[in-house]
Design a protein around this ligand. Structure first.
Ligand code: ADP
Ligand code: MG
Length: 411
């Protein structure tokens, strides 16, 4: 990393041999990892999926299942409860969407949806719904997303058309239950996606209320990037002898992400951001800030720079109206926005495959968020780079970063 002389910042790349407990000799080379992975990964044909589903998978352009898909799909098809732990960007969505599609194709109870997926954010509800639509192509299976911030009327109309699958945020799902517009009595399968995040943001009581209303005979799948004690507790209370599958070591996602940090005085962070953007010319970048106000401020300042504004700058956080959030995400996905300033609302689960750069303008409050933020780039083996700005008073730079890096490397 070149530094123009005398600038009061330094950058570095944590050396893997310092940060990973095993010695450098134990680290497989990328090529060896690749071979091992290909040898160990079966094809989609061998997972027990129907011809119709396999056709949709092919149409979606998925040629080989990811490890989490290869592991989870056969067990989920067998009808057992599964808890899958895998980092962000490893294809968890299809690992539950495909078994759900198979399950709801078989005859079942009438009167309500057959499958329910709970997710932490509105953006994720839309994204999971889209994955259902993509993979249900050619079938009659419908999926409806219910989430807050949107008029409830349209969702009530869609629910009245008896979709087989409902994806929603816990608050809105409860709302529909209490209005009588959603009944859970005919559910065969319930999925908790990003379970750690849902608990982090306080959805536990809502989730429990919902799960208590689901038939006891249901199958439950739980997906999470991390499995801290609260997630374990939820699983032990509401799942039946869950099979625990941990894919969190040696994963695809973070291997291809280069991670660097800068030590920078807070008053010079913006200047550094500008220089980085000018030098890196990212295809698409997410700049993460800690607070909503900070996010607004950086967005404003970037928008005032004509050269950057031309690239398309937008911001997203929880205080914006849902219509604005939807528009911002759409434009970012389409690529008309290249620079997105964001709080951690979009740090989890959101998949925009052309994100080439992540800039942590503020260091994340929690190590977990770091993993999720950098997981926005380098999706599915694409290359990505993450820069983290560390203010001197945020501690010796090596420490927060090293801890975060350990987590990111699954160490
Ligand atoms: P996670 O939920 O683990 O964060 P996602 O389910 O959002 O990951 O998947 C990340 C990206 O990978 C998505 O763009 C998805 O379309 C793509 N994807 C999923 N499975 C495969 C596969 N088997 N082959 C290629 N791409 C895949
Ligand atoms: Mg996900």
């Amino acid at each position: 990393m070149d530094q123009s002389g005398g600038h009061p910042i330094e950058s570095g790349r944590p050396s893997p041999s310092d940060d990973v407990p095993s010695g450098p000799g134990d680290q497989p080379t990328p090529a060896a990892t690749e071979d091992a992975r290909n040898a160990a990964t079966p094809s989609f044909d061998s997972l027990g999926l129907s011809q119709e589903t396999l056709a949709a998978v092919g149409r979606a352009g998925y040629t080989l299942p990811t490890p989490v898909q290869a592991g989870l799909i056969p067990r989920a098809l067998a009808g057992v409860d599964v808890l899958g732990q895998a980092r962000t960007g490893t294809g968890k969505t299809a690992s539950f969407v495909l078994p759900i599609l198979e399950r709801v194709t078989r005859p079942g109870r009438a009167g309500g949806p057959r499958a329910l997926v709970l997710v932490p954010t509105r953006e994720l509800a839309v994204q999971v719904r889209d994955e259902f639509e993509k993979l249900a192509h050619g079938s009659k299976i419908h999926c409806v997303a219910v989430y807050g911030g949107k008029p409830i009327k349209g969702q009530i109309d869609k629910l009245a058309r008896h979709p087989a699958v409902v994806v929603g945020t816990p608050g809105r799902v409860l709302d529909h239950m209490s209005r009588g517009t959603l009944s859970l009595g005919s559910l065969d399968i319930v999925t908790l996606d990003e379970a750690d995040r849902m608990l982090d943001i306080g959805f536990r009581p809502d989730i429990e209320k919902i799960l208590r209303r689901c038939p006891d005979s249901r199958q439950t799948l739980l997906l999470s990037a991390t499995v801290p004690p609260p997630v374990q507790k939820l699983a032990s209370r509401y799942m039946r002898d869950p099979e625990i599958m941990d894919f969190s070591v040696n994963e695809l996602a973070v291997e291809t992400i280069e991670q660097r940090y800068f030590t920078v005085d807070p008053t010079r962070k913006f200047e550094l951001l500008e220089r980085l953007l000018a030098r890196e010319r990212p295809r698409q970048v997410i700049v993460f800030c800690r607070t909503k106000r900070g996010t607004d401020k950086i967005h404003e300042r970037l928008s005032r720079r004509r050269s950057l504004a031309a690239a398309g700058v937008a911001c997203i956080h929880g205080d914006l109206a849902q219509s604005v959030r939807d528009r911002v995400m759409r434009q970012f996905r389409e690529g008309t926005t290249r620079i997105l300033v964001a709080t951690d609302v979009v740090g989890r689960g959101i998949d925009v495959s052309s994100v080439s750069h992540i800039i942590n303008y503020d260091i994340p409050e929690f190590c977990d968020d770091y993993v999720h933020r950098v997981g926005r780039t380098g999706r599915m083996g694409r290359e990505g780079i993450a820069f983290t700005f560390v203010a001197p008073e945020e501690g010796a730079p090596a420490h927060p970063h090293r801890d975060a890096d350990r987590a990111a490397l699954g160490a």
